[in-house]
Structure formats: structure tokens, C-alpha cells
Write a protein that binds this ligand. Structure first.
Ligand SMILES: Cc1cc2nc3c(=O)[nH]c(=O)nc-3n(C[C@H](O)[C@H](O)[C@H](O)COP(=O)(O)OP(=O)(O)OC[C@H]3O[C@@H](n4cnc5c(N)ncnc54)[C@H](O)[C@@H]3O)c2cc1C
Length: 361
């Protein structure tokens, strides 16, 4: 099943339309009420269920886009398979509006899950969180639909600002929100609970609450989404959206933490993110933002990661792009841009700066 959405529709409008037809759209994220389909496609948005459904690229079955010269490329048949030449629509996904203006998108829809259960877990370390992820994947396979993480002291701040009672007391080093979506409500919940109990017995999880109703599912998600609310209220925070292989994440976090505190002993670091996708949102309040950016992005590059996991490069991160993309890759991006937008009229200056000679014709 698929839906054709106009670029200006909000993500939430698409979610509601899918729900009304007894189906589900696979992407969800905190900005659902304001983010548009055009913006989502242009940034290849990810969100909380990438683990199960993939990023935007995996949802797009076809696109309509307008090129800089006014030509309209329309491919909205919504075919799951179509290798009739280049898949031009893919060019515009994650291109941040630099190659064309997206006007419509044919989006993949999924069966609506009959069961949705989540659990909030306190664990003693990142290693324990990664071990729990491995266990849930191994025992539950595709039932696992989200795996989010929140490190101290961010969770402690969220709890301090909550009007509702916290699901678990503050004070643990790491909190995990895991979710399952399935088709057999009783059996799915039972399997989820069994694996979580096993994890408690094995000492992987220290404490856990499991949702008992759709209202509780939403309440646990609200705690996770409160991370953004709390962070937006802290002034002077720098925020990066990084991708790191799980095997190197622990070392990266230790080294970045030590280097930032050597530079500024008073710095505060707040980390949360989509651990199931190796994606962390890493925030620092520091008197030396330039040094913090440098430490984090060079650390990410050394760990084999990405300087933007899901938010894109825009203007702010373009000076770091060379750390994670080769000269040949950046040169190819420039050639694509020059070919499709020779007068550089679309979102000029985003992602990379252009060598002016690329446009001499
Ligand atoms: C609270 C919050 C939580 C978030 N959580 C997540 C998350 O979990 N995962 C995630 O991936 N992102 C997340 N985001 C970022 C979010 O995905 C993006 O902000 C959103 O997708 C951008 O959509 P927009 O309509 O706001 O686009 P804008 O911010 O207006 O634009 C984004 C870029 O896309 C370009 N663009 C916009 N429309 C088009 C179009 N029609 N054609 C071509 N280019 C276009 C713009 O020029 C710009 O370069 C979050 C944001 C907030 C505020």
C-alpha cells in the first residue's frame, strides 16, 4: 500500500491518513506536527523507528521534483520494483533541496501493528545497553521496532522537570526505551516480558517498567521526547547528530568526554539518541564550543562514523564534511550539482561550497 503526499503536508497528516485507512507510516519523530514531507525527504529524516522500517529513503516509492530549469520529473506510480533506468527520485532524498524542489512523494505504508508495547529500562553502562539490544534482536527479531537511549545526567534533568511521576528513579548511568510492534498482542507482550525478565536475571538490566496500555506507551515515549524540550531550554548548548559504529561508541564517548573536560573542566555533556541505529545526539554546554566541535567531529571520523546521522549538513556542518567523505565523493556531489543546477540557484551554499570554476560554461 502507498500514499501520495504533497510536499507541504506535515508528517503527522500522513500518519493520520495512513491510520484512517488501517495502515501505518513507518517514520515517526518529535517534530511530526511541524515537519513537512518535503523537508523530511530533503533531509532523509530518520526518527525513532529506523531500526524496523528504515529512514525516509526506504519509504519513498516515487517522487515528483522540479529541477532548476523548470523541468518536472514525475514518478509516482508507487511500484515496489522498477529498474527502468536510473531511479532519479533517489537523487533528491537527503540532498537538502540542492538538486531540485520536491513537490510530491509516493510513500510506502505498512500494516498497522495490532500490538505496541514499550519498556523503560535502567542499565549500568553503554555496554549493558548494547548487550540488551543484542538480546532483544536475537530473541524478538523484527518485533523490535525502536531502541532509544538516554544517558545521565540528561535523564535526571528530565525527571526534575516532569509534571508526572518518573517511570524510573533518576541516578542510573543509562536509560533505554525499547519498543515492540507485532501482530499477536498477547503472545508479543509475553515474549517481550520474558526477554526483559531474563535480562534482569542475567544482570543486564537493573530496573524495568513495561507499558500496560496505549496510554502508558505514549507516556513512556513522552519521557524520551522530553529530552528535546529540556535541551531547548538550556542556553548556549552546541548540538551534534553523530553516527558511530556500536563497537567503537564506548571508546568514542570516553575519549570525547575526557578531551572536552581537559579543555573546559566546567563543561556539561548531555547525550541521548537512537542507539539501535548507532545514532547519538550529543550536546555540550561549554565556554569553548569551537574546541568541542573539533573534538567530537574528529573523534567521530576516527571511529569510522558520520558527522550527520539524520539531520543533514546544511550550512553549519559543511566544514566538517571532508572528515567523513573522500575528495572523490565530494567532487562527485559537486558535479551532480553543477549538472542539475548550473546557475546554483537552489539552496546555494548548503552541504558544500562550490568551486566557482565548476560553473564556467
Ligand atoms: C523536536 C524535533 C525532533 C526531531 N527529531 C528528529 C529525529 O528523530 N530524526 C530526524 O531525522 N530528524 C529529527 N528532527 C529534524 C526533522 O526531521 C527535520 O527538522 C524535518 O524533517 C525537516 O522538515 P521541515 O519541513 O521542518 O523542513 P525545513 O527545516 O523547512 O527544511 C529542511 C531542509 O529541507 C529543504 N526542503 C524543505 N522542503 C523542501 C522541498 N519541498 N523540496 C526540497 N527541499 C526542501 C530546506 O530547504 C532545508 O534545506 C527533529 C526536529 C525537531 C524540531
Amino acid at each position: 500500500a502507498s500514499i501520495v503526499a504533497e510536499a507541504g503536508a506535515t508528517l503527522q497528516a500522513v500518519q493520520k491518513a495512513a491510520d484512517g485507512a488501517g495502515l501505518m507510516f513507518g517514520v515517526d519523530l518529535g517534530a511530526r506536527g511541524s515537519a513537512t514531507i518535503g523537508g523530511n525527504v530533503a533531509t532523509n529524516a530518520g526518527g525513532i523507528r529506523v531500526l524496523r522500517y528504515g529512514m525516509y529513503r526506504a519509504q519513498v516509492l516515487g517522487l515528483e521534483a522540479v529541477l532548476a530549469d523548470g523541468s518536472v520529473l514525475t514518478s509516482l506510480k508507487g511500484l515496489p520494483k522498477d529498474n527502468s533506468g536510473y531511479d532519479l527520485g533517489q537523487l533528491f532524498i537527503g540532498a537538502e533541496g540542492t538538486l531540485g524542489v520536491v513537490t510530491r512523494a509516493a510513500l510506502r505504508l505498512h500494516p498497522k501493528p495490532a500490538s505496541e508495547v514499550n519498556a523503560f529500562c535502567a542499565v549500568s553502562s553503554l555496554d549493558a545497553a548494547i548487550a540488551l539490544l543484542g538480546l532483544l534482536r536475537q530473541k524478538l527479531g523484527p518485533l523490535l521496532s525502536a531502541y532509544e537511549v538516554n544517558f545521565a545526567p540528561l535523564y535526571d534533568l528530565i525527571v526534575a522537570s516532569m509534571a508526572m511521576p518518573a517511570p524510573l528513579p533518576a541516578g542510573s548511568p543509562v536509560y533505554v526505551l525499547a519498543e515492540i510492534q507485532g501482530s499477536e498482542p498477547d503472545r508479543d507482550s509475553e515474549r517481550f516480558a520474558e526477554v526483559l525478565m531474563q535480562a534482569v536475571e542475567d544482570g543486564v538490566v537493573d530496573d524495568v517498567v513495561v507499558s500496560q496500555s496505549p496510554r502508558e506507551v505514549r507516556a513512556l515515549w513522552n519521557v524520551r521526547e522530553d529530552a528535546n524540550r529540556v535541551l531547548f531550554s538550556i542556553k548556549g548548548l552546541i548540538s551534534v547528530d553523530i553516527s558511530i559504529p556500536l563497537t567503537r561508541m564506548g571508546a568514542f564517548l570516553r575519549e570525547a568526554d575526557a578531551a572536552i573536560h581537559t579543555d573546559d573542566p566546567g563543561a556539561d555533556i548531555y547525550v541521548f539518541g537512537h542507539l539501535g541505529d548507532g545514532n547519538l545526539h550529543y550536546q555540550v554546554r561549554t565556554v569553548d564550543p569551537a574546541a568541542a566541535y573539533d573534538i567530537v567531529y574528529r573523534g567521530v571520523a576516527a571511529a569510522g562514523g558520520g558527522v550527520s546521522a539524520e539531520h543533514g549538513i546544511g550550512f553549519d556542518k559543511k566544514k566538517w564534511l571532508h572528515l567523513v567523505r573522500s575528495d572523490a565523493e565530494i567532487a562527485t556531489m559537486r558535479r551532480l550539482k553543477a549538472a542539475l543546477d548550473p546557475r546554483n540557484i537552489l539552496n546555494r551554499g548548503r552541504v558544500f561550497d562550490l568551486n566557482p570554476t565548476a560553473f564556467c560554461r
